[in-house]
Design a protein around this ligand. Structure first.
Ligand code: UD1
Length: 353
């Protein structure tokens, strides 16, 4: 059987690595890897290939940035001939980025089986591009691998037959478990014992100047009490520059490699973020996470983990941070099957098809 994996954006890379690794043990499976080029900066892509030991892609479609329609269409146009030439038996897509939905659309029309890793997550917020990508991809997929039981419930509600759904656990946690020992060894280069780690890139938070300004003011205020370390996504850096907001007081950094970011996360007093994956990683690490969103497609991180939604409410952010500083942070536990073996489970299922 020939399995072709499609990745495009940074969060896909932590998810594909464990599946590629686990499938290597099956001699009846041939694998290939296509990178759409949705993310193309070295620090958004190449460094993750190195640290996660992902083999170089067989094909890079080099699509780059663009509007949603243009980026999705460009991926589809460039991916279709690759699929026609390579004739995989199954294409595996990951997460909820534009590359995921674009590849699923191409394959479903060519009658090539699609497997979706990290299926079933729902924020129920259709203003998020990722939610549209999740809904469409899950309708098209032939086999769906979910990270938690809410995923199974969402899919059942949308009419996906249970025979297609496999709860396998969280592949992102597989990568975390594997590289945590390397992260523990990292020197944090003079950072104080207590600091807040921030990431921000959702359009809802960074594309509107009033919202972005309000979040940054809150961080500047916080920084007077507690150091704020902020690796900045290229999209956010661009917006900060466009809006001319002065953030010189904050410890702004380039996007960090996986191991360096993990090292900062595990030692952080709190993480403030709007990322999906970081809500999961902090739950696993039992680090308090304050999410700058009013909903999440990962409710298990709230119900079981250390995550709290603070929306764009500055008062809520301040209140929750002061609780954490007083040692009264939310306690959490690790969801079932977030154990570093999700990739093995996926490989086991695929090898029997
Ligand atoms: C994408 C995903 C999002 C994911 C995020 C992780 C979609 C719809 N969104 O958002 O779910 O959480 O990746 O990072 O697929 N840019 C660069 N260099 C790069 C990549 C992007 O400078 O290597 C800049 C470009 O100006 C680009 C902007 O970032 O226009 C946005 O990139 P894009 O891939 O469109 O979406 P993300 O915001 O990264």
């Amino acid at each position: 059987m020939h399995i072709l994996h499609v990745v495009g954006a940074r969060p896909n890379l932590m998810k594909v690595a464990p599946v590629l690794g686990a499938l290597k043990h099956y001699s009846n499976i041939k694998q290939s890897l296509v990178h759409t080029g949705q993310h193309y900066d070295t620090n958004m892509s190449d460094v993750f290939f190195q640290q996660l030991e992902i083999p170089a892609p067989d094909v890079n479609l080099g699509v780059g940035s663009g509007s949603h329609a243009r980026q999705t269409a460009e991926i589809m146009t460039r991916f279709e001939p690759v699929v026609l030439e390579r004739k995989p038996d199954m294409v595996l897509v990951y997460g909820d980025v534009n590359s995921t939905v674009a590849a699923a659309l191409v394959c479903s029309k060519l009658l090539i089986q699609v497997g979706h890793v990290e299926a079933g997550l729902r924020s129920r917020d259709r203003t998020m591009p990722e939610e549209i990508n999740r809904l469409v991809t899950d309708q098209l997929a032939d086999i769906l691998f979910t990270p938690s039981s809410d995923g199974d419930e969402n899919l059942a509600r949308e009419g996906v037959p249970s025979s297609k759904i496999h709860m396998v656990g969280n592949v992102m946690i597989d990568s975390l478990v594997r590289l945590l020992p390397a992260a523990i060894k990292k020197d944090l280069n003079g950072l104080p014992n207590r600091y807040v780690l921030v990431t921000l890139h959702r359009p809802a938070n960074v594309d509107d100047d009033r919202t972005l300004k309000s979040i940054l003011e809150c961080l500047l205020d916080l920084n007077t009490q507690l150091k704020v370390v902020f690796p900045v996504h290229p999209r956010t850096r661009q917006r900060i520059a466009d809006f001319g907001i002065d953030v010189a007081q904050l410890d702004l950094r380039e996007p960090l490699p996986y191991i360096e970011f993990l090292a900062l996360q595990r030692r952080a007093t709190a993480v403030v973020t709007d990322s999906g994956g970081i809500q999961e990683e902090t739950t696993f690490l039992k680090v308090p996470c304050l999410t700058l969103r009013s909903n999440t497609e990962r409710p298990v991180t709230i119900l079981q983990g250390t995550n709290i939604l603070v929306g764009q409410n500055r008062d809520a952010l301040r209140t929750e941070l002061s609780k954490i500083l007083d040692g009264k942070q939310k306690q959490g536990s690790i969801p079932p099957l977030w154990d570093g073996r999700a990739g093995e489970r996926i490989a086991g299922i695929l090898s029997k098809l």
